[in-house]
Design a protein around this ligand. Sequence first.
Ligand code: F6P
Length: 324
Amino acid sequence: PTKIAVLTSGGDAPGMNAAIRAVVRSCAYHKLSCIGVYRGFQGLIEGDFKELGPRTVKNIINRGGTFLKSARSKDFRTEEGRKKAYSNLKNERIEALVVIGGDGTFAGASAFMREFNFPVVGIPGTIDNDINGTDFTIGYDTALNTVVEAIDKIRDTANSHNRLFLVEVMGRDAGDIALNAGIGAGAEEILIPEQNMGRGRLLESLSRSKKSGKTSSIVVVSEGDEAGKNIFGLAKYIEENLTEYEVRVTVLGHIQRGGSPSCYDRVLASRLGVGAVDALLRGETNVMIGIVHNSVVSVPFSEAIKGSNAIDEELIRVADIISI
Ligand code: F6P
């Protein structure tokens, strides 16, 4: 290809800007022209394009969010919307597309590729780390650090008042953020959808720790966990059944999606951005560029969107042992 477009789609993630920058500069390096598409697939349908030279992406490697903006486009789910997107690409003589996002983004991109035989390469950008075929997604490391920093603060007040805190973290249906941040922040218990421990076992565990002399506790609850879906109800249930506990709830919410990306995410985003342009130059399409055992790899979209519900038993064991 001689002209490539890049867009970000779905929930934003810290490091997306670094990935765009790497794609833009990699295009400049290979003397390809690069078009930025604003607002994800919605901007593709509306023709919201702007040429991006290497200097247009200065001062963004350190910034969270995505300067191209993002959207969850309903119109792109319609045949009419995708046709419009295709004709905009053709009119602009764009020959390939790099999409940065999560599984919804890849599913959309893959359908588009099949319909119009248009070359597409994906880069995993989501804080959830729920993409198959890559060890890490862009934004996950930063989100973990944000969560740990927040829980450290909650710990101070929890300890001062001898309270139990339920801290809800994001992750949609994946427990990766909860499990890793929970270990990093020294949580008492970690509730993740892959395990669905249930209220009963949580109560047993909490009463054991009370007996063992713990005065305050942090329970990290992934938003997708059954017991955690109604976190305020769960808090009430614990207070009713374990009267010795005074319980408070903190829902961390979208602060987990913002902030300056960690060095790890910046490096990952830069490697995957360069890798995506390399893949297009090799003639690859319908693949995601990921990282496995610290090597950049190409994975078919069909593999990437399978989801990764595999539970990391070793991490769960570590969490259990160190919270005794
Ligand atoms: O996929 C990223 C994510 O932040 C999930 O963790 C969360 O479930 C969802 O997006 C929230 O979406 P929205 O920003 O549309 O409320």
